[in-house]
Design a protein. Structure first.
Length: 384
């Protein structure tokens, strides 16, 4: 018998995700890493007491440098400017984004933002008073941005790989976009938090950006890769010529990040460079194949992002409304993510889609997929 649950009115995607975290549920909602630790990662976690002693004894800047070099090196970002003092660590990528937003509003009133994308980005930007101009993902990847757009904004903000679509901006396209931003004096901001899942996103972005001469800021993140119970680091990396008060606002908000977490990140990144990252990518590919196979014969549904490699997957539920499906599976203790709010400029475009997280144990993923499959097949009230 289905449980009777209270009506939900979530104002953003994170609130939908919090509903899953607050229950002993099948949680396929948030994109954070919740799969089992690998054998190598378990050994690293077992070393936390000795890491604690090491972090207490060693100079924090030395640990921060090692962690930064290991993490950025694992992802091919060898031109990162840590030596120049411009690789600023934060508690999370969302905090890095808040610092960037507070910096941007000192010199501009408008940002061109990729559409769709995770809604905490537009929420944070709007929260400091910035006006948002949507840049459709196809336009951002396939053609020059129009002059009339670049003349009215102070920043172009791109998520690559994008969440939820998984689309990666190629090296050639990033170079051209950076050249355009340089021409118009516009800051180019990149959120690269899902970079680790897709080798196509691991060319050296910092070399491309520096060569363009544009003003740029990059946000990096460890939180999507490893199941570390929300122990994570975000980085905020500005260009030398960015001309924004980023370092001042960073210092207004935090003194520094935990050297213990930085040591853990270093060890995990070293393991990642030694084959752990490739293992993670294979795991996500296997989970995507498992999910797609489970829905292969369900009429009227499709997977939207055919070539995505990131740790989330969008499912188009045909004529059904995503919120109706969400409500039905919630009564079965399954939580997924309805997609309206990813489409922050036109929410109706996402109303027939759900996003499913793949960074889970296979048993959880399969159990959730079967609940969702049953709801799609057996509930006639969801058919229109």
């Amino acid at each position: 018998m289905n449980r009777i649950l209270p009506t939900v009115s979530a104002e953003n995607l994170t609130q939908f995700e919090t509903l899953a975290l607050a229950t002993s549920s099948m949680n396929l909602a948030d994109g954070h890493a919740r799969q089992q630790l690998t054998a190598a990662q378990s050994k690293i976690v077992a070393e936390l007491p000795s890491m604690w002693a090491e972090a207490a004894m060693r100079p924090a800047p030395e640990i921060e440098q090692e962690a930064t070099e290991s993490f950025f090196g694992m992802l091919g970002q060898h031109s990162h400017p840590f030596a120049a003092g411009r690789t600023l660590s934060c508690y999370s990528s969302s905090l890095a984004m808040e610092i960037l937003a507070r910096s941007l509003v000192t010199t501009s009133d408008a940002v061109a933002l990729i559409h769709p994308t995770f809604d905490n980005i537009p929420d944070i930007l709007r929260g400091v008073g910035l006006r948002l101009v949507p840049v459709e993902e196809e336009q951002a990847h396939d053609e020059d941005l129009p002059a009339e757009l670049l003349e009215q904004v102070g920043c172009v903000f791109i998520t690559t790989p994008n969440n939820p679509t998984g689309r990666v901006m190629s090296e050639a396209r990033l170079r051209r976009l950076a050249e355009q931003c340089a021409e118009y004096g516009v800051v180019l901001a990149l959120d690269t938090c899902f970079r680790g899942f897709d080798p196509d996103a691991q060319f050296d972005h910092y070399a491309v950006l520096d060569a363009s001469g544009c003003r740029w800021v990059v946000i990096e993140d460890t939180g999507k890769l490893w199941p570390t119970l929300e122990l994570k680091i975000g980085w905020l990396v500005p260009s030398a010529n960015v001309d924004l008060p980023i370092e001042k606002i960073h210092s207004d908000i935090l003194l520094g990040t935990s050297p213990l977490i930085l040591l853990m990140v270093k060890r995990l990144a070293d393991d990642g460079a030694d084959g752990g990252l490739a293992e993670l990518q294979r795991t996500i590919a296997d989970h995507r194949a498992l999910l797609r196979a489970e829905f292969a014969d369900v009429p009227g549904i499709s997977f939207v992002d055919e070539h995505a490699r990131v740790s989330v997957e969008r499912l188009h539920v045909g004529s059904r409304l995503g919120m109706d499906v969400w409500s039905a599976v919630r009564s079965q203790n399954l939580y997924v993510l309805p997609c309206q709010k990813f489409h922050w400029a036109r929410p109706h475009e996402g109303e027939r889609m759900l996003r499913l997280a793949l960074s889970r144990n296979p048993s959880t993923l399969l159990a959730g997929a079967r609940v969702l499959r049953s709801a799609l097949l057996d509930a006639p009230e969801l058919q229109g």
